[in-house]
Structures are given as structure tokens and as C-alpha cells.
Design a protein around this ligand. Structure first.
Ligand code: NAG
Ligand code: NAG
Ligand code: NAG
Length: 194
């Protein structure tokens, strides 16, 4: 009986010591913020060639998730850029904020424009025409931000590319319901220490 108790104490000690060593490491590893496009509704996407311009109405639901257990994320600047065929046609400045660990923040930018100039090559125009036939457009949100994962650290430039596909006219309730799109996160400034 005494041996068993002793063994239990030893095992418990080992687990506690293990946790004491491992937990701080696990908790303080910094993980990338996880942005995604949760929903998008495109009610107008009309192109007029020569000179090329587009008119559009688009609303999006942008989600930012902080997967870290311990560190909050300071968003010192945040901008959502909207692109078609790699060309930016609109952008929105989002509010700066502090994101607590394990928290999610949602933004719902709504954009609209009439006859906004856009530069598209032949391929871009061809792609518009074929996407226009099906009404399914390939768009992209690019989030550009200055963030800090830790207090008193330098700002890091963050670029998140979020290509997504949206059916003209239908909202999230439509038959072709929107497929959630995850973003690729990169830090374009090589001198950043993120
Ligand atoms: C669509 O965009 C135009 C141009 O910005 C705007 O005037 C109009 O109110 C928008 N329509 C909707 C339904 O948001
Ligand atoms: C896009 O589709 C609409 C409706 O089918 C058509 O009227 C328009 O000419 C098309 N635009 C282009 C640039 O192909
Ligand atoms: C990269 O970051 C450094 C230090 O924060 C800054 O001085 C520099 O301008 C940045 N480079 C670019 C291309 O933004």
C-alpha cells in the first residue's frame, strides 16, 4: 500500500514538474493571427471597357482570430483592400484595437462604387467576361496591418491575402452559399521580428 502511494506521489510530482516546465513554453509561443472571410454578398459587379471601369456593391464579413493563449495582439493600423484580378479597386480603413488572447473580432465592411477606374490586361478582361457569364467572381481581400504580438515590441507589417469566390446576387442564404475562405498571412518586411 505504501509503495503504491509513493508511486502515485512520484508520478504526480513528475507531471507537475513537467507542466511547470512545459506550460510556460506552450503558453508563450506566439502564433499567427488567423484571418478569414466568413461571408460575402455581391449585388453588383459591372465592367465597362475602354477606359475600363467597374461599378460594384459588395459586403463582406471579415473575421480575425487570435489563437494565442497568453498574448494579446495590438492592431495599430488595419486596412482592408479589395482586388479583382490583382488590381485594387477599393479599400476601407478599419478601427485600431487590442485583441485579447483567444478572442475573435468581426468586421463587416460594405463597399460600393460607380465607374471606378481599374487597369486590367487582356487576360483580366477575358477573365471578367467568362466570370460574368456564370456570375461567379473571384475576388480578393488583402488585409494590411501594423501589429504587435507583445507589448513594447516593434510594429510588424502584416499582409493577409484572402482570395474568395462569390456568386453575384445571392447572399449567404442563396443556393450557392458562400464558402468560408482562410487567408494566407505573411510578414513582408524582412527586418520585422514577429
Ligand atoms: C451601391 O453602391 C452605390 C455607389 O457607391 C451606392 O450609391 C448605393 O447606395 C449602393 N447600393 C446598396 C444597396 O448598397
Ligand atoms: C456581363 O453580363 C451581362 C448580363 O449577362 C451583359 O449584359 C454584359 O454585357 C456582360 N458584360 C461584359 C463586359 O461582358
Ligand atoms: C521595415 O521595418 C523597418 C523597421 O520597423 C522600417 O524602418 C522600414 O521602413 C520597413 N520597410 C518597409 C519596406 O516598410
Amino acid at each position: 500500500m505504501r509503495d503504491y502511494t509513493c508511486c502515485c506521489i512520484t508520478a504526480t510530482c513528475a507531471i507537475v514538474v513537467g507542466l511547470v516546465i512545459v506550460l510556460p513554453i506552450v503558453l508563450t509561443i506566439t502564433l499567427n493571427v488567423r484571418p478569414s472571410i466568413e461571408d460575402a454578398t455581391l449585388t453588383r459587379f459591372v465592367l465597362v471597357p475602354k477606359p475600363t471601369s467597374i461599378s460594384y456593391n459588395l459586403s463582406t464579413v471579415i473575421r480575425l482570430y487570435n489563437p494565442n493563449y497568453y498574448y494579446g495582439i495590438y492592431f495599430d493600423s488595419l486596412e482592408a483592400n479589395f482586388l479583382f484580378e490583382g488590381q485594387r479597386f477599393d479599400w476601407v480603413t478599419l478601427p485600431t484595437f487590442y485583441q485579447h488572447p483567444k478572442k475573435t473580432n468581426i468586421f463587416r465592411p460594405v463597399i460600393g462604387g460607380d465607374s471606378i477606374d481599374i487597369t486590367l490586361g487582356t487576360t483580366g478582361l477575358d477573365n471578367f467576361v467568362s466570370e460574368n457569364r456564370t456570375g461567379v467572381f473571384n475576388l480578393e481581400v488583402q488585409l494590411s496591418a501594423h501589429i504587435r504580438y507583445k507589448p513594447n515590441k516593434y510594429h510588424c507589417e502584416l499582409l493577409a491575402r484572402c482570395p474568395f469566390t462569390v456568386q453575384l446576387g445571392t447572399g449567404s442564404t442563396g443556393k450557392n452559399s458562400f464558402e468560408r475562405a482562410k487567408c494566407d498571412v505573411e510578414y513582408p518586411n524582412a527586418s520585422d521580428d514577429c
